[in-house]
Design a protein around this ligand. Structure first.
Ligand SMILES: [Zn+2]
Ligand SMILES: [Zn+2]
Length: 137
């Protein structure tokens, strides 16, 4: 059997970690910290993350007030078929109701001629829990 150049032990460790944190945005620093006992170097983490990004399995996210780069694992079928809603306060991600997403995609396409790439798209805002806690209307 031909061995894929991507199937390394380090990649497996990284995917295992990410798949335990689906729909969370984790920073490279966090990942390195969690995997420090697994003998995976920071450069290997960077390299593997950028390969996973090219393959469309993770997406890179930027957070307000942070210079760090965050990654979100979007390999599951559900993630691949969803538009993510990410809370700016608690950092959690949610899947937009699929009917709402279809309506949004269709109307953007009809009115703007633009096809939104679902798994790569995130809308930022404030989630229900956080808005209740903070009395935001
Ligand atoms: Zn998801
Ligand atoms: Zn929230």
């Amino acid at each position: 059997m031909k061995k894929s150049k991507y199937s390394t032990k380090q990649r497996e460790l990284l995917i295992k970690y990410l798949s335990e944190h689906i729909d969370e945005q984790v920073s490279t620093y966090q990942i390195a910290n969690e995997l420090q006992n697994s003998k995976i170097s920071l450069s290997a983490i960077y390299r593997n993350l950028s390969e996973l990004e090219k393959e469309g399995l993770v997406k890179r996210c930027i957070k307000a007030n942070s210079r760090e780069v965050y990654y979100q694992y979007i390999a599951s079928d559900e993630c691949q078929n969803s538009i993510h809603l990410t809370c700016r306060m608690c950092g959690k991600s949610f899947h937009m109701d699929s009917n709402d997403a279809e309506i949004l995609l269709l109307s953007v396409k009809l009115n703007n001629g633009f096809t939104i790439d679902k798994p790569l798209s995130t809308l930022y805002g404030i989630c229900k829990d956080c808005s209740e806690q903070n009395d935001i209307d």
